[in-house]
Write a protein that binds this ligand. Sequence first.
Ligand SMILES: CC(C)(COP(=O)(O)OP(=O)(O)OC[C@H]1O[C@@H](n2cnc3c(N)ncnc32)[C@H](O)[C@@H]1OP(=O)(O)O)[C@@H](O)C(=O)NCCC(=O)NCCS
Length: 158
Amino acid sequence: MDYSYLDFNHLDSVLEIERESNPYPWTARNFSDCIEKGYYSMVLEDKEKFVGFAIMAISSEESHLLNIGVNKDFRGSGFGEQILKKMIIAAEVMGSKKIILEVRVSNKIAYRLYEKLGFHEIGERKKYYRLPEGREDAYVMSKTLKKGFVSSLFFSKG
Ligand SMILES: CC(C)(COP(=O)(O)OP(=O)(O)OC[C@H]1O[C@@H](n2cnc3c(N)ncnc32)[C@H](O)[C@@H]1OP(=O)(O)O)[C@@H](O)C(=O)NCCC(=O)NCCS
């Protein structure tokens, strides 16, 4: 299994995951914008198979997890957790104070993953996601990151 940064060659694979996961999936343009804007975007691949991806806008005050997905053939095997842990470490290393994200109120699996890795609910955004009929609310979740994580890397005594 190898990690790399998301690039234009990965678009078909991320779109496949996105289309099987969401009634109104992100488009190729949405993913291309993330690449062009330089968002922190990682993919995990196993030889010929594309396992999963995550995209995060990192900033010092508050990073924002924008998307995460695992190919349905690989779900339930710990890869989503592994990818999210990488994103958390990246935000910490870059000195971010916290990560926030939105999750559909019906997406219990993603909610449990976020909870397991220390995110907690801080609010709701009403009618945030489109549905074939109507709209769905989102929970907003947040995780506070380790204080001084960056300085501890540079000034640790050991
Ligand atoms: C959410 C998603 C990324 C999880 O990835 P995954 O690789 O299947 O998850 P993992 O195997 O790493 O599981 C990690 C944790 O997630 C939760 N989880 C995963 N599958 C679950 C299931 N079927 N039922 C309940 N909880 C589940 C559990 O807390 C699990 O920890 P545990 O194994 O100790 O119980 C994946 O289901 C996915 O791609 N879903 C579609 C896209 C999506 O919903 N993205 C989130 C948008 S907000």
